[in-house]
Design a binder for this molecule. Structure first.
Ligand SMILES: [Zn+2]
Ligand SMILES: [Zn+2]
Ligand SMILES: [Zn+2]
Length: 344
């Protein structure tokens, strides 16, 4: 019996991992390598008589949190009207209507007829995604011993995050056809037959669990989401350099606790790979080193010709995952926030 449970747990974990990756890389209109050819992903796989889980969501541009709610029959308009303020920071949501995402839990199928030889074509991806913290460990923050500072942290085992590929897909709930194109007059199911199902607009998402480490620099005033994103980038990049971890392994997001921006570092691999736990859980010494390394990366980079610090580059704070915020991230924000931690 024990063996069987473990097998099930492992299976669940594998599905979670595969789905995170699939939503990022194999969503409709992505080009994917299959059997040595480049093919285009086109369908969300359907299982007869089973629906994909559907959620409504609103994203807060003030604190970068997301409010998600499982679809239970209410209309998107009703959800929008009932959720006009962000529960994390109390700011009024901007940007009109809430949106919807579905969890493509059975995977994707590609277009059979269109294939390119790998030599002639580089695959392109459609991902414009983001990970948000959904857990409740912000209520368990406890003081870490960093002399002269008030820093509280919490380690969360298998805490909840949500990954949203917020691209606006048009999806057919009958056959699973999906596209980023806005003007589709007709479409065909994966069996080649013409389908008369209606397309509706949706993002794709995945709720998953992994190990997180939350950092609240209580006495550091962080004045804007741009500054918070800059400090987050410095912390994740510093984590990988300091603890010798591949930068694909560590993710980060900004969240909020009692009106203050906080930083959530997590193991990218669903289920947790042990990185944040080993490095930071109950390790005040390592945490201080991490903060100092984040400051050092920002101070010592020479982007901006060594004169300006209102910039960032791939040598300091920028990386593939924070692409969406490259115009917001600046070394000066990190230096302003963290200079109080400098080694005497
Ligand atoms: Zn907010
Ligand atoms: Zn269809
Ligand atoms: Zn730089």
């Amino acid at each position: 019996m024990a063996n069987r449970d473990r097998y099930n747990d492992e299976m669940k974990l594998r599905l979670q991992r595969d789905l995170s990756r699939a939503i990022s890389d194999y969503a409709p209109d992505s080009e994917v390598i299959a059997d040595g050819n480049v093919v285009r992903s086109r369908y969300l796989k359907r299982i007869p008589s089973k629906d994909w889980p559907r959620y409504y969501y609103r994203e807060c541009s003030n604190c970068n949190s997301v409010n998600i709610q499982l679809f239970t029959g209410q209309t998107l308009k009703d959800f929008t009207e009932q959720n006009t303020f962000c529960p994390m920071c109390s700011a009024r949501y901007s940007g009109g209507m809430a949106k919807e995402f579905i969890i493509p839990k059975y995977g994707f199928l590609y277009e059979a007829e269109k294939q390119w030889n790998l030599a002639n074509k580089k695959p392109t991806h459609t991902f414009s995604g983001e990970i948000f913290y959904r857990g409740n460990n912000t209520s368990k923050l406890k003081q870490y011993d960093i002399p002269g500072h008030s820093v509280s942290c919490a380690y969360g085992r298998e805490d909840e995050l949500v990954l949203i590929n917020r691209s606006n897909f048009s999806i057919c709930s009958w056959c699973g056809f999906g596209t980023l194109s806005r003007d589709v007059s007709e479409h065909y199911a994966s069996n080649g037959k013409k389908c008369t199902g209606k397309l509706y607009s949706s993002s794709l998402g995945h709720v998953f669990r992994t190990d997180v480490f939350i950092i609240n620099l209580e006495d550091v005033p962080i004045g804007s989401i741009d500054q918070a994103l800059s400090v987050l980038s410095a912390l994740t990049n510093a984590f990988c350099r300091l603890f010798n971890v591949d930068d694909n392994e560590i993710g980060g997001c900004v969240s909020m606790s009692s009106g203050h921006y906080i930083f959530v570092l997590f193991d990218n691999t669903p289920g947790g790979a042990g990185y944040v736990k080993t490095a930071l859980a109950d390790r005040s010494d390592n945490l201080l080193q991490l903060i100092r390394a984040a400051l050092k990366i920002s101070e010592e980079c020479t982007c901006g010709n060594g004169e300006r610090t209102d910039c960032a580059c791939y040598g300091c704070l920028l990386n593939y995952r924070n692409q969406r915020y490259h115009d917001k991230i600046k070394r000066s924000y990190v230096i302003d926030a963290l200079s109080g931690f400098k080694e005497e």
